[in-house]
Design a protein. Sequence first.
Length: 66
Amino acid sequence: MRDTEARLTELEIRYTHQARLLDELDGVVVEQRRVIERLVSEVARLRARLDAEADDGAPDEPPPHY
């Protein structure tokens, strides 16, 4: 009986550690998703800005110092 209790206690301890680790990893994944969404939004904004500048019709002239 003593051996069964020790094994059960060990399993409970392992479960507790794994549950805590899973919560920590979930937090990391959520934060990474926020960062990725922000970066995707920023890239889209920069692409739109670059496209708008390219559509300005500015000729491809060398700068005046050439």
